[in-house]
Design a protein around this ligand. Structure first.
Ligand code: BG6
Length: 504
């Protein structure tokens, strides 16, 4: 549906999914198991999928439809959070799951896929609408797209769309090349680059919070905000993904994509309408306004860390270099912290500190907005802690506003208190996972929560000088203990601006 029509469609906010087939490349992989099939099953459970629906999974492993179905059943039972498994529903859902083994570098696979798509279109009336989902290792993206193009599968009787998992490129230049190659086959309007952080309810709610209310936006700028901290901490290590992670590292894995998208949401200008390209234009504009550090500035605005072994709660945790699949001399960052400056009228002079790491003390992602102090302290020499707004992305999703209050009793002693909004108690309902939201959006054709090429390039541009510097920087790794809040240099980076990391 053209974007203008979509905007006028009264069903848009109801999210009614049209008939379609979903083709998953990498169907034997972790993401399919943990996220995609459980999300699709959950959508079926909520009766949100069209009855005219089918999935075709592909990978190299030989498997029958039945083998695939029973593997997927195990995954759904294991990974589906908080929804009961319904035997009758599974029966119906699993009949729509098919499997096609084949090598993505062989033309033959795409011929067979074309025939299979025809077949499911006939059986399930999917009307030739097809969503191709790239969930393979990134080096397979280009051959798959080329194969689809050669076989003419990029154009069908209905719509065809391509969902591309992260990472989108390994650097600015590889992201551009990947895009050029994709666009030889699929136009930008059919390309859905996924960033699952944008699908999280709490991240979407930032737009509702900022632009659905009148009271916050007037103070949302350099006049009232001192600085912003964005944290995505994980207590887990690399969990069997050592090989992938060693090539990626924290800056590429979390900051270049997820956290810069979060930052763009917190800092963008109001869009003209709540329509896909209007929202993405504003995100892109913000990302383009991030100051790109000069090579000699890179060491001042970024800190890399790598965890070493430690005993945490009586348990011996290995260091990153001791993890399976990791080079014992690895120079990969398992922690990254960056100071970003936004060169626009709203944010000039306000630092955005972003950090992410593995094996930190707990799993928490949040945004802390620190407001400026009142112009005058009337209350003696008590230090006034600044007002702070915390957007808790996960867990315990919610928003808190911290302010000072008089402590009951004689005198005028001030203490911080907070006003809290909590999703659980306010709505008392389950929040959909990011993949449920994003899959529905792709099937509907709403790309608002997907990234566009200009956004991807702008965020690579912002981190590329740091990555280049880290290629040869003299790291003294490991420089933080598993279970701690990261390397000391990270504190020093904030201290240079008179700031301190908040302990979430
Ligand atoms: C993925 C990263 O994109 O996001 C992982 O590759 C990371 O390393 C994960 O663990 C974090 O996602 P979430 O939703 O658990 O915060």
């Amino acid at each position: 549906m053209a974007e203008a029509n979509l905007l006028q469609d009264p069903l848009r906010f109801e999210r009614r999914v049209p008939p379609c087939a979903v083709v998953i490349f990498g169907a034997n992989g972790d993401l399919t198991k943990r996220k995609l099939i459980p999300a699709l099953y959950r959508l079926a459970y909520e009766r949100r999928l069209s009855p005219s629906f089918a999935v075709i999974g592909n990978s190299r492993t030989a498997m029958s439809d039945e083998d695939f179905r029973s593997k997927m059943r195990e995954s759904v039972e294991k990974f589906l959070e908080d929804s009961p498994f319904e035997e009758a529903l599974w029966e119906d859902f699993s009949k729509k799951l098919f499997y096609l083994a084949g090598d993505i570098s062989k033309d033959d696979l795409y011929q067979q896929l074309g025939a299979k798509l025809q077949e499911v279109s006939g059986t399930f009336q999917t009307q030739g609408n097809t969503l191709f989902y790239l969930s393979t290792q990134p080096s397979h993206y280009e051959p798959i797209v080329e194969g689809l193009g050669k076989a003419g599968l990029n154009k069908g009787a209905g719509w065809t769309r391509l969902v591309v998992e992260k990472p989108f490129g390994h650097s600015l230049s590889t992201a551009k090349t990947l895009n050029d190659n994709i666009q030889k086959v699929f136009p930008e309007s059919s390309v859905y680059r996924i960033d699952h952080y944008l699908g999280k309810e709490t991240v979407q709610n930032i737009l509702a919070f900022r632009f659905g209310n009148g009271i916050f936006e007037p103070v949302w700028n350099r006049r009232f905000i001192d600085h912003i901290q964005i944290t995505a901490a994980e207590s887990i290590g690399v969990e069997g993904r050592g090989g992938y992670y060693q090539e990626s590292g924290a800056l590429r894995d979390m900051i270049q994509n997820h956290l810069l998208q979060v930052m763009s949401t917190i800092a963008m200008e109001p869009p003209a309408t709540y329509e896909s390209n209007a929202v993405r234009d504003e995100r892109a504009k913000l990302l383009r306004s991030i100051r790109v550090p000069k090579p000699h500035e890179a060491p001042l605005v970024a800190v890399a860390g790598q965890y070493g072994p430690a005993k945490v709660g009586g348990e011996d945790l290995p260091g990153f270099r001791q993890e399976q699949g990791v080079d014992p001399q690895s120079r990969t960052d398992t922690y990254a912290a960056v100071t970003f400056w936004v060169d626009n009228w709203r944010w000039a002079g306000v630092p955005f500190y972003i950090r992410s790491g593995k094996r930190l003390p707990k799993r928490v992602s949040d945004i802390a907005v620190f407001f400026k102090q009142p112009p005058l302290n009337l209350f003696g020499d008590q230090s006034l802690r600044p007002n702070m707004l915390i957007v808790r992305i996960q867990p315990e999703e919610g928003i808190s506003l911290r302010f000072l209050s008089k402590q009951p009793g004689p005198g005028m002693q001030l203490r911080p208190v907070s006003m809290d909004f909590n999703y659980g108690s306010s709505f008392g309902m389950r929040t959909p996972t990011a993949y449920e939201t994003l899959l529905v959006d792709a099937m509907i054709g709403d790309a608002t929560l997907y990234t566009r090429q200009d956004m991807v390039e702008a965020s690579w541009r912002a981190v590329q000088p740091i990555l280049d510097h880290w290629e040869t920087a003299p790291f003294d790794f490991p420089n933080y203990d598993a279970g701690s809040w990261g390397p000391r240099d990270s504190d020093a980076m904030l201290a240079r601006n008179g700031h301190v990391w908040r302990i979430p």
